[in-house]
Design a protein around this ligand. Structure first.
Ligand SMILES: Nc1ncnc2c1ncn2[C@@H]1O[C@H](COP(=O)(O)OP(=O)(O)OP(=O)(O)O)[C@@H](O)[C@H]1O
Ligand SMILES: [Mg+2]
Length: 244
């Protein structure tokens, strides 16, 4: 399987503290990778580094062989159109209506798209995520779970092929979470690349081809789905690592 994204000896410092330490990994194209581990271990930071949203202090992240930090404007725009990110805290624009929030990526990446087509596309993703309330309101009027649905819809609106999902079923009830799981499964079946963070062992075991255990800013161990399916001790180890 070709490598779509590579982290080469990536370290990240913030406020003179080492957050991520000498992290290397190759993500296979069309596969699903779960990042797991204890709270504060560095999962969200690794996800953001992988997506080029944070720039490594040392080392490099490359997308199909090109260093993300060294991309020209055109390459960067292409990468941004192909990739989408759901933030752990949803990160919706506070001063925009939900409609404006969903329109923005389409306006950036498909400037020639007609208003009618934008409307159709937005209705389609809202239907997929199961959001039914009005669209003229601002994010502060939504529950955390509803914000997650809008964040998910925003991520999907440009039809990305590379998904970065941070705690994407958190604060959702069972049926809303299941709807998003099913949605991601359709993307898996279409051979999209998915990289997600989750505390939910059931979802990890159900969906990941590969699991990276991250603790204290380091890659502790990587496990394949086959290993998880066949080795109860490993599952127990993973469960402990997530819960600690
Ligand atoms: N910009 C920053 N400045 C200072 N410290 C940071 C910064 N970003 C992250 N950290 C610290 O780095 C560590 C890892 O954070 P990160 O958010 O990646 O963890 P996580 O594994 O996603 O945790 P959780 O499961 O709680 O979401 C934490 O101790 C956090 O406080
Ligand atoms: Mg996190």
């Amino acid at each position: 399987m070709p490598v779509i994204l590579e982290l080469k000896r990536v370290s990240f410092f913030a406020q003179n503290r080492s957050i991520i330490d000498d992290f290397s990994w190759q993500y296979a194209e069309g596969k699903t990778t779960a990042l797991a581990g204890p709270s504060g271990g560095g999962k969200s930071t690794v996800l953001k580094l992988s997506a080029g949203l944070l720039v490594p202090t040392r080392g490099e992240v490359s997308f199909r062989g090109t260093g993300i930090a060294r991309m020209n404007q055109k390459e960067n725009l292409e990468f941004r159109r192909e990739a989408a990110f759901v933030f752990q805290d949803s990160a919706l624009w506070a001063n925009q209506s939900l409609l404006q929030i969903l329109e923005l990526p389409l306006r950036i990446h498909f400037p020639k798209m007609s208003q009618a087509e934008r409307k159709r596309r937005i209705e389609e993703v809202l239907n997929e995520v199961g959001y039914k309330k009005e669209m003229t309101i601002r994010p502060s009027m939504l529950s955390m779970g509803e914000q997650k649905l809008i964040a998910f819809a925003r991520a999907m609106v440009c039809r990305p092929r590379l998904l970065f999902l941070d705690e994407w079923t958190e604060s959702l009830d069972g049926s809303a979470a299941q709807r998003l799981v099913n949605l991601v499964k359709t993307r898996q079946a279409a051979h999209d690349t998915v990289i997600f963070v989750s505390h939910d062992l059931g979802i990890i075991r159900d969906m990941a081809d590969q699991v990276l255990m991250i603790q204290d800013g380091k890659l502790l161990v990587s496990l394949t789905r086959e290993q998880l399916d066949s080795d109860a001790n490993l599952v127990q180890y993973l469960e402990k690592g997530i819960a600690s």
